[in-house]
Design a protein around this ligand. Structure first.
Ligand SMILES: [Zn+2]
Length: 73
């Protein structure tokens, strides 16, 4: 498991959609009441937007994406 000493955000598991360690906690700058979400920098999958950063991380870590839901090309 990768550990970064400078990491300030809660630990994110690998992307539930593509399996890469590419999730990033984001905060919308739109002044939304639900500004936090986690988005995968590899495949673009993202959680719902929620009010608290910790909830977004929890959604990400507990997300289960069916393989059938993957975009087909
Ligand atoms: Zn991904």
């Amino acid at each position: 498991m990768r550990v970064s000493p400078a990491q300030t955000t809660p630990e994110l598991k690998p992307c539930p959609n593509c399996g890469k360690q590419a999730g990033e906690l984001k905060k919308s700058e739109l002044g939304s009441r639900f500004p936090y979400y986690v988005k995968c920098n590899a495949c673009g999958w993202a959680t719902d937007m929620v009010r608290l950063a910790g909830i977004a991380v929890k959604l990400w870590n507990e997300a289960k994406v069916p393989k059938a839901a993957k975009a087909k090309r």
